[in-house]
Write a protein that binds this ligand. Structure first.
Ligand SMILES: C[S@@+](CC[C@H](N)C(=O)[O-])C[C@H]1O[C@@H](n2cnc3c(N)ncnc32)[C@H](O)[C@@H]1O
Length: 278
């Protein structure tokens, strides 16, 4: 793509039509993203360790009753939750499609002798296994899927739980997403960054679709030397609390409880639900 193609772009994108996600699963991007996951300077990609420690304490105490459990972490990133939960006596499996994150998680498990299994795969299509006591899917990732994909993941999560097992979601609030979607455009220049290791200009447009309740973020990365433009786009689906409730019921969950935000969880809040059974 070049600057003329950019000038000729569709002014207002149809939600999801230009891409669903930033390229988490591209090798180079995933290496650069791994640095963001591990950074202690911000809570983007993964929270700072002080916040993750607090989340893990809460999961261990309040959700798992301090009893050894089988935990599945969907979109586990570099395994920052699983590696802590396993040290508290739980058995953990993480699935993520980022090659650099899964390589890091596996290396950490090996280095520290941790009983964690990691699978590199897309959570819409990868098998989850069965008999988990807890399936967690946090950091607003449910909202990063089209409704069909989110439904597939919730159905598979319910199938993977044992009767009475717990689903932990951490989702985006409707108002926070609507505000984000109306935040407009921004740009910066950088000698190197998440989207390119070369000097580049980063251009971002953000849109709110009030009919489908979707935020679309469109990024153009302009290479400083060649002028080549690399486009990316991502969608984020907003749901009201009633819609979250109905969605969870539709995929077989019960005892649905909305909780206040976790530490470092700006704009996100947990929902805990149960698979029926004992
Ligand atoms: C915001 S990060 C959160 C990582 C981790 N849960 C944490 O809080 O530290 C979202 C993660 O979801 C993963 N992800 C996104 N879409 C995915 C998909 N379709 N299949 C597997 N993993 C996916 C990304 O690679 C990334 O590691």
């Amino acid at each position: 793509m070049n600057l003329f193609d950019m000038i000729d772009r569709t002014k207002i994108p149809e939600p999801w039509s230009e891409g669903e996600k930033i390229p988490w699963n591209e090798p180079g991007f995933s290496e650069r993203m791994l640095k963001e996951h591990l950074s202690q300077e911000h809570d983007a990609a993964s929270r700072r360790f002080e916040h993750i420690d607090a989340h893990v304490d809460w999961i261990h105490r309040d959700l798992l009753g301090e009893r050894p459990a089988r935990v599945l972490d969907l979109g586990c990133g570099p395994g920052l939750y699983t590696s802590r939960l396993v040290r508290l006596g739980h058995t953990c499996k993480g699935i993520d499609f980022s090659p650099a994150s899964i390589a890091y998680a596996r290396a950490e498990a090996k280095r520290n002798g941790l009983d964690c299994t990691y699978v590199q795969g897309d959570i819409r299509t990868t098998g989850y296994g069965a008999d988990f006591d807890l399936v967690m899917f946090i950091y607003g990732e449910l909202n990063a899927f089209r409704p069909e994909g989110a439904g597939t993941i919730l159905r598979k999560a319910c199938d993977a739980l044992t009767g009475g097992g717990v689903l932990l979601l951490e989702v985006s609030g409707f108002e926070a997403l609507e505000k984000w979607g109306k935040s407009g455009s921004s740009w910066y220049t950088s000698p190197t960054g998440l989207f390119s290791e070369r000097p580049h200009l980063y251009l971002e447009e953000t849109f709110w679709d009030a009919e489908q309740n979707v935020v679309t973020r469109r990024f153009y990365i302009v290479d400083a030397e060649s002028g080549e433009v690399t486009p990316h786009a991502m969608g984020t689906q907003a749901y009201t609390n009633e819609e979250y409730h109905r969605l969870l019921e539709r995929y077989g969950f019960t005892d649905i409880v909305f909780l206040p935000p976790l530490p470092g969880g700006a704009g996100l809040f947990p929902i805990v639900a149960r698979k029926p059974g004992t």
